[in-house]
Design a protein around this ligand. Structure first.
Ligand code: TYD
Length: 206
């Protein structure tokens, strides 16, 4: 079996982090070599860029370019080499997040994001993406009482709705790849949905 690239996406507070460790362990239990990573980040430079991106005020173009700068390092140093040796890569957010947050949330539009994507990694698309989808109230409730909120989590309702909508536009454009997970359900129900979807994916990948 050759490597596969799986990404997890969703608005802040959707609860995707809860499921990443489970996914990685499940794939490893199938005997697969799994690399677990995240964006922005995943390399020493990328993690430094992440710190800036989550805390430092900056213009929208700067923010978008830094997201892609971090991604460029990540693809070259981690993701592409892992896939090339046959490993599976599980990544907490990827380019869909830039379409959603910068393209939608911050209203940059999809065309600019597409241009950068085309420039940097035209061939490297995820094989499967889980979009953890929740309405605003659920997301807010899950974030309440959490550690200090970062620059994106501090944004208001309109930003949240635009981000969520842009994620759904990605699903419309690529429904084969992006599977919407109703993450407003109780954890056990979300897990069951993921398990069923993963079994189908593993069967197809065999
Ligand atoms: P997140 O993945 O939610 O991590 P944590 O669970 O530690 O909060 O945080 C990353 C933030 O970065 C999230 O708010 C979305 C944002 N982001 C973008 O705006 N654009 C991107 O391209 C990526 C990858 C992330």
């Amino acid at each position: 079996m050759t490597g596969r690239f799986i990404t997890l996406e969703g608005v802040d507070g959707a609860g995707k982090s809860t499921h990443i460790e489970w996914l990685v362990q499940t794939l490893r239990a199938h005997g697969l070599d799994v690399v677990s990573t995240r964006e922005p980040g995943g390399t020493p430079l990328g993690e430094r860029l992440r710190t800036l991106l989550l805390s430092e005020p900056m213009g929208l173009d700067t923010e978008t370019l830094l997201m892609f700068a971090a991604r460029c390092e990540h693809v070259q140093q981690v993701i592409a080499p892992a896939l090339a040796r046959g490993a599976w890569v599980v990544c907490d957010r990827y380019t869909d997040a830039t379409y959603a947050y910068q393209g939608g949330g911050r209203e940059l539009g999809a065309a600019r994001v597409a241009a950068l994507e085309q420039w940097l990694q035209p061939a490297l698309r995820p094989d499967l993406t889980w979009l953890f989808d929740v309405p605003l109230e659920v997301a807010r409730a899950r974030m309440a009482g959490e550690r200090q909120l970062d620059r994106f989590e501090q944004e208001g309702q309109a930003f949240f709705e635009r981000t969520r909508q842009a994620y759904h536009a990605r699903v419309q454009a690529d429904p084969e790849r992006i599977h919407v997970i109703d993450a407003s359900q109780p954890l056990a129900a979300v897990r069951a949905a993921l398990e069923a979807d993963l079994q189908r994916f593993l069967a197809g990948a065999a």
